[in-house]
Design a protein around this ligand. Structure first.
Ligand code: IMP
Ligand code: MG
Length: 445
């Protein structure tokens, strides 16, 4: 048995949905710890596509309990739509649990998110416009509405009356927008409350009980390392902590509960929204990656910016999250390329830098140093073991593992569950045993 965190090792959209879906097979409980409906996970099962924003992908397994933890922010309208979509497709949501201390996204959060982005001009972040930042801001400011509040009509009434007056002042005076009608919002949200009531629990306690019962728990990350509020590319980040440590905080478990941390990274890099991106490709190759990888946001439909794999970011993700191993996704997207570049270091003011720079302007102005590897120019989508891979593809993976000093446990070569190469069992396989004294992966392939 093991308790495992799966996190994004880049800027989100690494394909965590597919990996957590695969690992959910052996999980009794799947927990979302942070983020909200800014996240979008696409999972393809038996040709059916599921787009999930808040509900953990474990919901597709009938016996897996799914918990939306207290570090998340919940837009009840979207959550209910998601529940209804799953039900319509014949998926039961009886095993869905919602933390009573999670914060609730309100209409004014969405409005303020969009209005503030507009007013930022060249300083805009490129948010998903889902009200995530303002919901977390209210949480920190201690003016947030929690699921608990939603479940108590009298309390909600009292709390919202004051809050909506306050938010209306901001909407009207700062952004020149019409005020919101508090009675209408209260009425709307009380309907949501009744739809969600039977799912609401003390989630930290529920997870603790699962730990005591020695169940397998999977902590499913949303977004990615570089979108982390504290350790990402601030200010172009999300407002929560998608790194491994954030999973403990958001779920309400101690770090000693965690046995393994698995990072997910694409075989190249993508980013949505604003902010520096050293290996970004603007020409034909960028378009090819975007088209072959279907790189359009699950939540906003925005075209994702595409670029080469950045191993400086990879090493940073290994460090910040304490990664035990990596899952590399979308290897097949590179199938047609003649040669493939990997960023191995940055040049900052003429000086080679192997570490991710925490100084935002150094990062914005760095120049990637590339290692060029030969492409394989054949399809990998039917490969089911490392032996099936063209030797250049194997070499590419080996190079990534070596340069980031982390074993690769899973390789994904397509969207469906079976298009997967399991190199080693990411949960029960040897923990870091594949590294030699110099930290170089050995006997991996
Ligand atoms: P917010 O989370 O909507 O506030 O957006 C902040 C930044 O995080 C923007 O650059 C978004 O594009 C990015 N972002 C938020 N959620 C995701 C995600 O699930 N995948 C990729 N990028 C995301
Ligand atoms: Mg996504």
């Amino acid at each position: 048995m093991a308790n495992v965190i799966v996190i994004g090792a880049q800027w989100g959209d690494e394909g965590k949905g597919k990996i957590t879906d695969l690992l959910s097979r052996s999980a009794d409980v799947v927990v979302r710890s942070q983020g909200g409906v800014n996240a979008g996970h696409t999972v393809v099962v038996r040709g059916q596509t599921f787009k999930l924003h808040l509900i953990p992908s474990g919901i597709l397994y009938p016996n897996t309990e799914c918990i939306i933890g207290s570090g998340t922010v919940i837009d009840p309208q979207v959550l209910i739509e998601e529940i209804d979509q799953l039900k319509a497709l014949g998926v039961s949501v009886d095993n869905l649990y919602i933390s009573q201390t999670a914060h609730v996204t309100m209409p004014y959060h969405r409005q303020i998110d969009r209005a503030s982005e507009e007013s930022r001009g060249e300083y805009k972040i490129g948010t998903t416009g889902r009200g995530i930042g303002p919901t977390y801001a209210d949480k920190s400011e201690r003016t947030g509405i929690r699921i608990l509040d939603l479940m108590n009509p009298k309390h909600l009434h009292k709390q919202l009356k004051w809050t909506i007056d306050y938010k209306n002042a901001i909407l009207e005076k700062l952004y020149n927008l019409p005020p919101l009608d508090s009675e209408r919002i209260i009425k709307e949200y009380l309907v949501y409350a009744e739809r969600l009531r039977s799912h609401v629990v003390d989630s930290s306690l529920k997870i603790y009980q699962a730990v005591q019962e020695k169940k397998n728990i999977l902590f499913e990350g949303a977004q990615g390392t570089l979108l982390d509020l504290d350790h990402g590319t601030y200010p172009y980040v999300t407002s929560s902590n998608p790194i491994a440590g954030g999973a403990c905080v958001g779920a309400g478990v101690g770090p000693t509960t965690i046995d393994r941390v698995i990072g997910v990274a694409k075989a190249y890099t993508t980013r949505v929204g604003e902010g520096p991106f050293p290996t970004e490709l603007n020409g034909n190759i960028g378009n090819l990656l975007c088209d072959r990888g279907a790189e359009f946001g699950t939540t906003t439909g925005r075209r994702r910016r595409c670029g080469w794999f950045d191993a400086v970011i990879g090493r940073y993700a290994v460090r910040i999250n304490g990664l035990d191993c990596l899952a590399i996704t979308k290897l097949d997207v590179l199938d047609e390329l003649e040669e493939i570049k990997v960023c191995v270091a940055y040049k900052i003011d003429g000086v080679i830098c192997n570490h991710f720079p925490t100084n935002a302007s150094a990062f914005a102005n760095c120049e990637p140093v590339y290692k060029i590897l030969p492409g394989w120019r054949q399809s990998t989508t039917e490969c089911r073991s490392l032996d099936d891979l063209p030797k250049e593809a194997l070499r590419y993976l080996q190079f990534l593992a070596e340069i980031m000093k982390v074993p690769i446990a899973i390789v994904s070569v397509g969207a469906s569950r079976d298009q997967t190469i399991i190199v080693e069992d990411p949960i029960h396989g040897p923990k870091r045993a594949l590294l030699d004294a110099n930290g170089i992966p050995v006997d991996m392939f």
